[in-house]
Unconditional design. Structure first.
Length: 608
């Protein structure tokens, strides 16, 4: 606005002086209030407050001041946003009615100027921010010197602070000594165009301020803190602590959340405590108070953490948004979803090594949703022996025999002695693997249980033959199901379970074949002269000793007893005389059989 000429009565623009404050001093130099002066000059004073460039340019012309300096310290306000020194603000971050100053700074202004004290004192733009509470020059807390009630008086700096000129030394002494917090220093540097390369740089200025004070207030004064009730010193402390936490990035925020949850767990959380009960204002402010996209990245980080430690799923709300996917389950939520009693679920978790906090309530024992689903599926798959018999289509006794034989496994899933339905069905599939479907059993084919009785063997013997695929024929009766539908050929079963009489002889037949007595055969077996084996009796099933025919043939072709040799010789002499005759001919008993209960000779020695 080139038509404005510089005024004769002027004041110099000072460092960081905002346009309305400069206008106020310029107006006082010309003996007017700020609003009256602006009206005289044809400028809307509110335009100076809002940082309108045309109005600020006119003011720069009137005061012969630097336009870039005025614009840099201006708070620019429009319908949709508030900006200050290139940073986005919200109106609640600005001090409008309350004026805070550093008394020593104002004393320095007066000392350096030839102007009257009320004109020499100038306001700093940074003092207009609620979050700046300390003077970085004098390391003193800012003091409130005015609380304007009438809106028409706001921003008229000189008129507002003139009354404190005589009290500055008292105010300076009253101001608390303290260094600017790291948070205030960070904000001042950011307003000056310098960043710290931390997570807060990624947020809008006002979002960084709100989050730091919110986090610090919760960390300092508890989760139920009322930020509006905090004083300047308490907010200073909140800023310090919040910045210490958030300068670590998202890990700092997540660490605080973890500490809050752990503390509540140690105290004994209620079974229904959700995120708001655990995190208090930290959650509720972001869910209901701090709206807008500037806080979305914080909400996203908190959402990820909350979903990892709270059993929330479809149907629940988080930050006023529906939860679409479950990440974790608790015992309580899993038992409800999968319809499993919580006690049983807890016992299984303990057995599987997932119950890290045995005393924690059901709602606070957390595990991965996929793990919970897997465990729930196993629990739902478990059955007791009576139910296993029903699935197998067998009797309880048969099912018990299959378990004891190890053909069907028992598991310890929360309790002893349970079976898995899927394994039972897999066992049946193995039995039916090679089965040929028939509508009516042919002659000689029958069920496993009936065949076991006919063949004088156990059902387990037949089942193993089927599983080992040793039978040439296995049938499946279409009129039945499960284990009871399996058919086998009785003649084929007998070939497997009854030993070949010509191959192995019982003790009595072996004694007759050797033409000796029981005691002699028994001692031959004991000294190992004849080998034997133990196997089930083909009729009764009890174990008995059987002697291979090949072993008897070998022994009989090598040795002969004195008694048999005497009988076969048919000589008219006693057996003792017959032995003396053999001795006189040099035929001696086999020394390796000296432990037998009868005398045996080598056949080869008899023909020497």
């Amino acid at each position: 606005m080139n038509e404005f000429q510089a005024l004769s009565l002027r004041v110099p623009l000072q460092l960081d002086e905002p346009p309305p404050y400069f206008a106020s001093r310029l107006a006082a130099r010309n003996f007017r209030t700020a609003r009256a002066f602006a009206q005289d000059m044809g400028i809307r004073f509110q335009d100076l407050v809002d940082g309108d460039e045309s109005a600020v340019t006119a003011l720069a012309d009137l005061g012969a001041a630097s336009l870039p300096d005025l614009l840099n310290s201006a708070v620019r306000t429009n319908r949709n946003s508030v900006s200050f020194k290139g940073q986005m603000l919200q109106s609640n971050l600005l001090r409008r009615a309350r004026i805070h100053v550093c008394p020593q700074c104002l004393q320095d202004d007066i000392a350096r100027s030839d102007l009257p004290p009320n004109l020499a004192m100038h306001g700093r733009a940074n003092w207009m921010l609620t979050v700046i509470r300390t003077c970085p020059v004098h390391c003193k807390a800012l003091i409130e010197v005015a609380h304007i009630v009438r809106p028409s008086e706001t921003h008229d700096w000189t008129q507002i602070v003139s009354h404190v000129v005589d009290d500055l030394h008292v105010l300076a002494d009253r101001a608390a000594s303290r260094p600017p917090s790291a948070f205030e220093t960070y904000l001042a540097n950011r307003l000056g165009g310098r960043t710290a390369d931390i997570w807060l740089d990624d947020m809008n200025f006002y979002a960084a301020v709100h989050m730091t004070e919110l986090v610090g207030a919760v960390a300092s004064f508890g989760k139920l803190v009322n930020l509006r009730a905090l004083g300047e010193d308490q907010l200073y402390q909140a800023g310090c602590n919040g910045f210490t936490i958030l300068q670590k990035g998202p890990d700092g925020l997540l660490g605080l959340m973890s500490e809050m949850r752990s503390a509540l767990l140690a105290q004994g959380m209620d079974a229904h405590d959700g995120p708001q009960a655990v995190y208090g204002r930290l959650y509720s402010y972001l869910a209901h108070g701090l709206s807008g996209t500037a806080f979305d990245q914080v909400r996203e980080i908190m959402t990820e953490h909350i979903l990892s430690v709270f059993p929330l799923g479809p149907g629940d709300m988080l930050f006023r948004k529906p939860v679409t996917q479950r990440r974790v389950h608790s015992i309580r939520s899993a038992s409800r979803e999968y319809k499993i009693h919580p006690r049983r679920f807890r016992k299984v978790l303990a057995a599987e090594g997932f119950l890290f906090y045995p005393l924690a309530a059901d709602n606070h024992v957390i595990l991965d949703a996929d793990t919970a689903q897997r465990i729930a599926a196993r629990i739902q798959d478990t059955v007791r022996l009576p139910e296993a018999a029903r699935i197998l289509g067998s009797t309880y006794l048969t099912a018990d025999r299959l378990v004891k034989a190890g053909l069907v496994r028992k598991h310890n899933i929360g309790s002893d002695g349970v079976l898995l339905a899927t394994e039972l069905k897999g066992f049946l599939s193995q039995l039916h693997r090679d089965a040929i479907s028939v509508e009516r059993p042919a002659t000689g084919t029958m069920s496993i249980n009936f065949a076991a009785r006919r063949a004088n063997c156990t059902t387990i013997d037949i089942v193993r033959l089927i599983l080992d695929r040793k039978l040439r024929w296995v049938g499946r009766h279409l009129g039945r199901s499960g284990y009871d539908s399996i058919l086998v050929d009785i003649n084929e079963i007998r070939l497997f379970v009854r030993p070949n009489p010509s191959a192995d002889l019982p003790f009595g037949k072996a004694r007759k074949l050797l033409k000796t007595n029981d005691r002699a055969l028994l001692t031959l077996l004991e000294i190992g002269a004849i080998q034997s084996k133990t196997m089930p009796n083909p009729v009764g099933g009890q174990l008995q000793r059987r002697i291979p025919l090949t072993e008897l043939t070998r022994f009989d072709s090598t040795y002969v007893s004195l008694h048999r040799l005497w009988r076969e010789a048919g000589v008219a002499m006693t057996m003792a005389s017959f032995r003396r005759e053999l001795d006189s001919r040099g035929v001696r008993p086999a020394p390796e059989l000296s432990g037998a209960a009868a005398t045996f000779y080598r056949r080869s020695d008899l023909h020497a």
